[in-house]
Ligand binder design. Structure first.
Ligand code: ADP
Ligand code: MG
Length: 624
């Protein structure tokens, strides 16, 4: 047997992208080398779960009586590490497929992008990407995987690789069901062959693995269903430890929620809000979920249907008696029990957020800053909880310095008596929106304006539309109702343009700009700027226009209304030029230039070269 196995050794090449990935892993994830241990244990635990599942459904297995456990054996003199599980094992095909390819094709792209942007992927990210196994190449130069699938009659195989381009597979006469992974540690990492070191890592990250983990003969982990304890039995350290385990995080959670429900639906849950958002919050929606248990038996670690998308930043465990044990993923997905649990979790999480907002604003602020962008999208999807979600939204506002956030209720409490609408302005960041000339009137007359600078905002405004019978209104829209300005005494009335002069100047503006603009009008909203662009009643918000262009979507060129400030020095000068000679080239150039400056401020200037050329011509004129 052994001899013929020797002969059948086959060499395979890793997929090209896997080579790159391995290189990335080894060279950039070194900050937390102990990750390899957590990942190997997690794979062993997955494999054991699969066996337990088959047992529950009474399927025939090889070694039916083998204890479900993980064993680690160490030899510190020879720097050897071996981890063995009595799990499902792998067939030859599975070996090739599962550890010769990257499971998630987006993973490499994503990691590369992070690197390009000069950011360093953090050690704890590796498990999130379905590439956990390869982290072992951080600590060793060669790995041997010996495995035998649980199906009766399966053969044993040995997979060997140095992680540098190829792997080999040969048949063995392995007797035991399950998998052993062994390697010699690199000198820098030889402490992972010491009991104390391995023990401490396990206690840190893998204490709650559902199967015994032994080093030699000693059992290391707790195997405890923490969520079944009563509230006052739970200790802070335990909670933190458990969070680190379920979320694969290195830091303590921001807070937790412990639920125990009996009645129409029965379940226990231990949920956590992470301290930070992962690098790509929206990416997580695809592959993250809560851990689902049925009567203490693990079912799956990515139950996606237990939370609505906008709450998927929450991590933790749900354990229910209401699901049959032998459920498949497809069954759980469509089960009414899952829907009921989801509804309860949603209500309770929103309740927790309300509580934080009221009683622990610092914590709530952290949550909002980290997960606000995702949370807001709930407005577009969860109509049942619309009111609650709106109350939990926070925005920047002209009433507060940068970084301080306000709620719509705060805003309404500060509204002026006659004010009927909630004003907002969108833009890329606070600095840019603060400079928007359309704000001038509102600032001068003390109207608060919400500054919506989160890219997501633009997508939720249509769903937000109205709150407490007050419409949300962009101050960049032409149809905004503004009170006539009270002119102060100090403002000189004598050199104001008379209506005829304004009308005649507007005519020249229209002639010069032609079909670049929808209309030209005098403005009520300008104070310090000569002109501004506003959107017609049915026009697209400028921020939306920019977003769509960024996403390479076709946007019909948006014609805007140019408003002019007849009290502004430049406009008065232009009127004087117009009275002298309405065909004056400087007058025409200045009009074009004012228009394009307004486009520039909006971030929509199409041709900067022309703009600069014209500016130079005007400068030449001015310095003559
Ligand atoms: P993930 O665990 O996210 O799928 P990994 O890179 O950690 O990604 O593992 C890749 C695959 O290799 C697993 O999905 C599993 O199919 C297989 N595998 C790894 N370790 C074991 C093991 N101890 N027993 C059985 N299969 C394993
Ligand atoms: Mg894994």
């Amino acid at each position: 047997m052994a001899k013929s196995a020797e002969k059948s050794k086959k060499i395979y090449k890793f997929k090209a992208e896997l080579n790159q990935l391995l290189h990335l892993i080894v060279h950039s994830l070194y900050t937390h080398p102990e990750v390899f241990l957590r990942e190997l244990i997690s794979n062993a635990s997955d494999a054991l779960n699969k066996v337990r599942f088959l047992q529950l459904t009474n399927q025939e297995l090889s070694d039916p009586d083998a204890e479900l456990k993980i064993n680690i054996s160490l030899d510190s003199k020879k720097q050897l590490f071996t981890i063995t599980d009595s799990g499902i094992g792998m067939t030859e095909d599975e070996l090739i497929k599962n550890i010769g390819t990257v499971a998630n094709s987006g993973t490499l792209n994503y990691l590369e992008q992070i690197q390009k942007n000069g950011k360093k992927p953090e050690g704890d990210m590796i498990g999130q990407f379905g590439v956990g196994f390869y982290s072992v190449f951080m600590v060793t130069d060669e790995v041997i995987v010996e495995t035998r699938h649980a199906e009766p009659g399966s053969k044993g195989y040995r997979w060997t690789s140095d992680g540098k381009g190829t792997f080999s597979i040969e048949e063995t006469d392995r007797k035991n069901r399950g998998t052993s992974i062994s390697f010699r540690l690199k000198d820098d990492y030889k402490d992972f062959s010491e009991d104390y070191r391995v023990k401490s890592v396990i206690q840190k990250y893998s204490n709650f693995v559902d199967f015994p983990i032994e080093i030699g003969k000693e059992k290391i982990n707790k195997v405890e269903a923490l969520w079944r304890k009563s509230k006052d039995e739970l200790k802070e350290e335990e909670l933190t430890e458990f969070y680190k385990f379920v979320a694969g995080d290195f830091e303590a959670p921001l807070g937790h929620l412990h639920l125990s429900l009996e009645g129409a639906v029965n379940f226990k849950a231990l949920l956590f809000v992470p301290p930070k958002a992962s690098m790509n919050l929206f990416y997580d929606l695809e592959d993250k979920g809560l851990h689902l248990y049925s009567n203490r038996i693990f079912i799956q670690d990515d139950a996606k249907d237990l939370l609505p998308d906008y709450l998927k930043f929450v991590r933790g465990v749900v354990d229910t008696e209401d699901l049959p044990l032998n459920v498949s993923r497809e069954v759980t997905q469509h089960s009414p029990v899952m829907q009921k649990i989801k509804d309860v979790l949603t209500t309770r999480i929103l309740g927790m957020m309300e509580d934080w907002a009221k009683n622990d604003p610092g914590k709530f602020e952290k949550l909002t800053k980290n997960f606000g962008p995702l949370f807001k999208t709930g407005l577009n999807n969860d109509f049942t909880n619309r009111e609650k979600i709106i109350k939990l939204l926070r925005f920047e506002s002209t009433a507060k310095p940068k970084g301080e956030l306000v709620s719509l209720d705060d805003y309404i409490s500060r509204m002026k008596k006659k004010q009927k609408e909630i004003y907002y302005l969108t833009g890329d960041n606070r600095e840019i929106v603060e400079k928007n000339p359309n704000l001038e009137y509102f600032r001068k007359n003390d109207y608060e304006v919400l500054l919506l600078t989160d890219p997501v905002d633009i997508f939720i405004i249509p769903s937000l539309y109205e709150y407490e019978k007050k419409t949300l209104k962009s101050i960049e829209k032409a149809d905004i109702e503004l009170e006539e300005e009270k002119k102060s005494d100090t403002e000189k009335q004598d050199d104001l343009l008379n209506p005829d002069m304004v009308e005649s100047l507007i005519k020249v503006f229209k002639e010069t700009l032609g079909d670049k603009v929808e209309d030209v009008k005098t403005s009520k909203r300008l104070v310090d700027s000569p002109v501004t662009l506003v959107v017609g009643k049915d026009g697209l918000d400028p921020q939306m226009e920019r977003m769509m262009k960024m996403m390479n979507q076709e946007v019909a060129p948006q014609k805007k209304i140019l408003e002019i400030n007849s009290g502004h020095r430049i406009i008065k000068n232009l009127s004087r030029l117009n009275i002298g000679n309405s065909a004056d080239p400087v007058l025409r150039k200045s009009i074009l230039h004012l228009y394009e400056s307004a486009m520039l401020i909006e971030g929509n200037l199409p041709n900067p070269t022309e703009f600069v050329q014209r500016l130079n011509e005007l400068l030449e004129e001015a310095t003559k």
